[in-house]
Design a protein around this ligand. Structure first.
Ligand SMILES: N[C@@H](CCC(=O)N[C@@H](CS)C(=O)NCC(=O)O)C(=O)O
Length: 206
């Protein structure tokens, strides 16, 4: 019998959660192991020192979207990647946006700054927060506009881009000033509500 996949990373990480959501959607067995950031063990698995990392036998992969693609293509279950070019390209677009902009501003500048303040005396860096408060409304407006014409970031059903984005939005919904940030963006709010009703999200996004 095939061994369960091993996933390395802390359960609270948005990217680890993205991979867990894909595993849950495909209904596959996995073994989640926490790993110390910057440890030799992690650097041996991923020279960039980031989580998650996936191991299936001898096959080691890092970068969440790549791990999710492996899970999607190697296992039975609902497809997490659209087959038509228009939706596939859109999904890649949103994966890139999630990795380059949403993670940078929503997670690193905003959420992590409250959780682990980076100021010299352990204080919150107001410049980071102010930049985030300037950009997050613009990003949410873009998401809102896109979702006014599309059901999901991966096409007509949820896919890898959605599972990358929803953990970030879920945390942002609970962050300081969330009500103010989301009040102009009802379509994003409806999307979050719809995603959070999925069995996978109920289990992983607590
Ligand atoms: N592009 C990477 C990003 C992974 C990432 O940044 N993970 C965070 C946790 S959510 C991390 O490892 N942070 C540790 C660090 O920045 O040193 C992916 O898609 O997996």
């Amino acid at each position: 019998m095939k061994q369960p996949l091993t996933l390395y990373g802390p359960e609270f990480s948005t990217y680890v959660r993205s991979v867990l959501l894909c595993c849950e959607e495909k209904d596959i067995d996995y073994n989640l192991q926490d790993i110390t950031l910057k440890s030799k063990k992690l650097l041996n698995l991923n020279p960039f020192g980031r989580v998650p990392v996936m191991q299936d036998g001898d096959y080691v992969v890092y970068e969440s979207a790549a791990i999710c693609l492996y899970i999607d293509t190697q296992f039975q279950g609902p497809a997490l990647t659209p087959t038509n070019t228009v939706d596939l390209v859109r999904m890649q677009q949103w994966i890139s946006i999630a990795n380059c902009y949403l993670d940078d501003i929503i997670v690193r500048n905003y959420l992590l700054e409250f959780a682990f303040p980076s100021g010299k005396t352990g204080a919150i860096d107001d410049d980071k927060i102010n930049l985030a408060l300037k950009l997050i409304p613009q990003y949410l407006a873009t998401l809102d506009h896109y979702l006014s014409r599309a059901d999901y970031f991966s096409g007509s059903r949820p896919g890898i881009a959605d599972y990358l984005i929803i953990p970030m939005l879920h945390y942002l919904r609970k962050a300081p000033r969330a009500e103010e940030l989301f009040e102009q963006h009802p379509i994003v709010s409806q999307y979050i509500k719809k995603m959070l009703e999925r069995k996978s999200c109920i289990k992983i996004l607590r």
